[in-house]
Write a protein that binds this ligand. Sequence first.
Ligand code: PLP
Length: 440
Amino acid sequence: QATLEDSDPELANLIKQEKERQREGLEMIASENFTSVAVLESLGSCLTNKYSEGYPGKRYYGGNEFIDRIELLAQKRGRELFNLNEEVWGVNVQPYSGSPANMAAYVGVCRPHDRIMGLDLPDGGHLTHGFFTATKRISATSIFFESMPYKVNPVTGIIDYDKLAEAAKAFKPQIIIAGISCYSRLLDYGRFRQICDDVGAYLMADMAHVAGLVAAGHIPSPFQYADIVTTTTHKTLRGPRAGVIFFRKGLRSVKTNGDKVLYDLEDRINQAVFPSLQGGPHNNAIAGIATAFKQAKSAEFKSYQSHVIKNAKVLCEALIAKGYQVATGGTDVHLVLVDVRNVGLTGARAELILEEVGIACNKNTVPGDMSAMNPSGIRLGTPALTTRGLVEKDIDQVVNFIDAALKIGAEAAQAAGSNKMVDFQKVLAEDATIKAKIEQ
Ligand code: PLP
């Protein structure tokens, strides 16, 4: 059979170019990582050929003997990785990714238009935690459920748990989500539990960003407190692009729209994933999850995660030393949220400037930003650079690159007129002073 190179050189060449881009650049997008060759092998295996709607032992298709064993292995390794008792915790490894996993969790425990509360997107939450704007319900999680976001304190950048407790009492949500996409501090899961208990809500932890740090035991685990834990497997966990839902087993008494009903979370969540939301599972991704869970049990992985955090702390301190404001004044995890206004830039412009010099990151709102469309910060993460072997002294050098690029970029932007988007390359080509600085 012909290889991709032989049968489709155009596509093969694009993949090659993307590989070069990944190899040559500095990858600082906090949600990205480089997965292992073993995970890539699982993903690129014959498992992608197989249909297996249903669950192990209860499939709608024949020929699933080995697929069943692979799915059960992924489930077992997931429980082992997070020290979960099989009697207490169930796990579903079929969600196609993090967003479908979150939607399935809500579909499992909510009826249409039940209420959910998550950290607002501009404050560090995720789209699927119920995001909407003043004019539009953006995420399906705010279209099909009623969402009331909670926020961080605009001065400290820390989640305002008192306000959340107050709002939860008034709003009476069915579910509260403790999870972040851009928040550099530990979550107080105990406090979330208390707030949920006070209003009879489920606590769902979305540990997508921090799952690798939790698995390695470097930050507190949500399992002690949560009813449901969702995650992606491709961020700090360094596995395939996929989602997983953990849920407490057993009958529950939960109010829905005022009525108390008894139901089994296991049935509800599994039903929600299949057949409510998805069809056949992506068995190659499930094998990749099993591979990643095994790798995450290793001493190497534990040490990798401690370097992820150390590198993030160095990144943070070095940026502060150069005069940047960092949200919350520090980090406990793998990411840093940097305010770039002090160098006269917006987040969007800073992202563009860094892209020009081969540093990938993303623009992000910082606490107190009025507009999510024009944020004042950038989010920087260390998981991918740490996988590539960068240690603390390398991160200091990376900060030198970032600082030089942003300051020179800001000067270039001013030279071009502050209201215009800058053609950075053009300014560099034309402006002798800036060019000389770059060459220094
Ligand atoms: N949950 C959190 C906290 C995330 O940060 C993300 C993605 O960044 C998701 C869920 C969604 O994951 P996916 O992009 O795989 O749908």
